[in-house]
Design a protein around this ligand. Structure first.
Ligand SMILES: [Zn+2]
Ligand SMILES: [Zn+2]
Length: 427
């Protein structure tokens, strides 16, 4: 809803249905709300997902027993709403329990060289000016993506052969090290770049949580964003990851880290309304309805799906929630080898299937003959020679002009390595 619509509505004098007292300033889910009741409604959704004892004030608890929670801040609108809401929860606890709080909050920003208009330091400073945090235990940490140099001996060349199998060869980089941007710049397609960037930032986020000793990670995805994720993962050939990307719960059994999406029931339009009501628009400029549409040919898969859901979400919220509900029913792969590039578990070797569908021979009816004419080529590879790679990563590599890329070994994203690149923002 635009400001003009909001004005018109208060002019006609609808009353907020919750408090039955104040004038309504917005309508959400067909209900008129005053500003205070709307903020309470959205915060209620966040509180509901953080109701467990882990987040409650525990009297006499030793410092070690206090839950440490990492909130991943992208400096976008949803994570800002999440931060504002979680800080208000801590404030309420401090007021009710004589300055005690149920958990320690670490706000982590992964500074990528693109997107946001405000740089993380500026964002944090402006946030602190708008929302009081000084008497609370809230720490801000920044991980500057490009400060991390991956040394030559940590890098290997990954090459896809003609049978869609992955070979690992020694590093072919020119200098002594590579930055994460240089790593992503090897790929020319915007979609491929974004696909790998999201895999890297997810890993960095969990790596940061571990190195900062946090047991929980809060992600600010709105319902709209989760719906985008479901479709985008499907289109990118990462359907098997949908379960993992959507559920609240353990990241993996060995990590002990738990993820929560406290805004999973909040629509993008509601995120924007919250920011307006709370006067936080100087932190994230919201797109006006007149904002020019992106040109299709310049868009990545994710951007196109975003644009679609932004249009749909305003009038057909049920489409968004249905997509998320269906995605939430999917379970993820639990056994398999991790993909050498993105780290996701691979249950079946996708190269077999890819070879099958790309063979230029006439179709052989399998009910008549189980033996494919090309069966000699599709026999399983031995693990000593070929390494595991998932379907999406094969496709990423194959559609690029080069069928090989420099890529770090797994250890580069592990917590002890990340630790030295995490900076504190305490002035
Ligand atoms: Zn009200
Ligand atoms: Zn992969």
């Amino acid at each position: 809803m635009t400001n003009k619509q909001a004005r018109n509505m208060s002019e006609i004098g609808q009353t907020c249905r919750r408090c039955k007292n104040e004038e309504a300033v917005l309508i959400s889910r067909k209900e008129p709300f005053c500003g205070a009741c709307f903020v309470h409604f959205i915060r209620g959704k966040q509180r509901k997902s953080m109701m467990s004892d882990d987040f409650k004030v525990k009297y006499g608890a030793k410092e070690k027993e206090i839950t440490k929670v990492l909130l991943s801040l992208s400096c976008g609108s949803s994570s800002l709403v999440l931060l504002d809401s979680v800080v208000s929860m801590l404030k309420e606890q401090a007021i009710q329990h004589r300055s005690r709080q149920g958990f320690e909050l670490v706000v982590a920003i992964i500074d990528t060289p693109s997107q946001q208009t405000l740089k993380p330091k500026e964002f944090i400073q402006k946030f602190k000016e708008s929302v009081e945090t000084s008497n609370l235990s809230v720490k801000f940490k920044i991980f500057e993506m490009n400060s991390m140099n991956i040394s030559k001996d940590e890098i290997q060349t990954l090459k896809i052969d003609t049978a869609f199998q992955l070979d690992v060869l020694p590093s072919e980089i020119e200098g002594d090290s590579m930055t994460l941007t240089e790593l992503l710049d090897q790929f020319s397609s915007k979609s491929t770049k974004q696909d790998f960037a999201s895999a890297i930032t997810r890993k960095l986020c969990f790596g940061m949580a571990k190195s900062l000793d946090c047991g929980f990670v809060l992600l600010g995805h709105s319902m709209t964003r989760l719906a985008v994720e479901v479709l985008s993962l499907t289109v990118r050939g990462r359907g098997s990851e949908i379960g993992d990307a959507l559920h609240d719960g353990e990241v993996s059994s060995e990590s002990g880290l738990r993820v929560i999406y406290p805004l999973r029931d909040v629509l993008l339009s509601e995120i924007e309304q919250y920011i307006r009501v709370q006067n936080l628009t100087h932190l994230v400029p919201l797109e006006s309805p007149e904002y020019p549409k992106r040109l299709l040919r310049n868009s990545s898969i994710d951007e196109m799906i975003w644009d679609y859901f932004k249009d749909v979400g305003t009038n057909y919220a049920e489409v968004v929630s249905t997509v998320v509900k269906i995605g939430d029913k999917l379970t993820s792969v639990e056994v398999g080898n991790p993909c050498k590039i993105c780290g996701e578990l691979v249950a079946d070797d996708p190269s077999h299937w890819l070879r099958k569908i790309t063979v230029n021979e006439p179709f052989c009816d399998e009910t008549v003959s189980v033996q494919s004419p090309d069966s000699s080529r599709s026999k399983p590879s031995s693990d000593e020679v070929h390494q595991t790679i998932c379907y999406a990563c094969i496709v990423n590599m194959v559609i690029e002009p080069a069928d090989q890329a420099q890529w770090p070994r797994k250890t580069s994203f592990e917590s002890d390595v990340l630790e030295e690149y995490i900076i504190d923002d305490d002035d």
